[in-house]
Design a protein around this ligand. Structure first.
Ligand code: 2AM
Length: 176
């Protein structure tokens, strides 16, 4: 069994902005390492090899049929979520292509009997864990263009949790 999730990776320019933003957070918490920064579309939980294979087969087919849409999202608000104790940079899913990609990922998780989100979708990137307070400054605005969907394996190691990309699919403009 592997702990898996589907997510989008920020590009190099966004990573630079995110690490600058992290540097201005107060140090009472644990910063998410730069290589781990991502925007989750579906946390799948523990998956068997068969579930992983079925998921990858379906996503291969959907990508081939150009049914995984590229999208844009603006993340521009810092928030503190009390229950998971995280600070994140969040936005609103206004782009219907992002909403449909989220629904598609959640639908796949459901079909395979995997974990599905118990919350409505708030696109966000977690910057700090074990956080205690919301910083009071205004966040920069980041507009992400989703061009690839990645399947990540969340692995616990001595250096902490590491996320490894197991597979990727291109996100495309729909067929004309
Ligand atoms: P996040 O996107 O808010 O940081 C891998 O564990 C990723 O899946 C994390 O980044 C995490 O949150 C997200 N995730 C969503 N729901 C989760 C859950 N119930 N348990 C663990 N991680 C979850």
């Amino acid at each position: 069994m592997k702990r898996l999730f589907l997510a989008i990776a920020p590009n190099a320019a966004h990573l630079a902005q995110l690490t600058r933003l992290q540097a201005s957070l107060d140090k009472q918490g644990r910063l998410v390492p730069r290589d781990n920064l991502h925007m989750t579309l579906a946390f799948l939980g523990q998956c068997s090899d068969d579930q992983q294979e079925a998921l990858c087969d379906t996503l291969d087919r959907l990508a081939h049929q150009r049914r995984l849409p590229a999208f844009e999202v603006t993340l521009n608000t810092l928030d503190y979520w009390l229950k998971p104790k995280i600070i994140c940079l969040k936005g609103v899913a206004r782009d219907p292509r992002l909403i449909s990609l989220f629904d598609l990922c959640q639908g796949l998780a459901q079909q395979l009997g995997l974990h599905t989100s118990e919350h409505s979708f708030t696109p966000h990137i977690t910057l700090m864990r074990k956080a205690k307070v919301l910083p009071e400054f205004k966040a920069p605005s980041l507009t992400l263009c989703g061009h690839a969907l990645h399947l990540y394996h969340s692995q616990s190691s001595e250096q902490g949790v590491q996320y490894k990309v197991l597979a990727s699919w291109p996100l495309t403009a729909p067929k004309a």
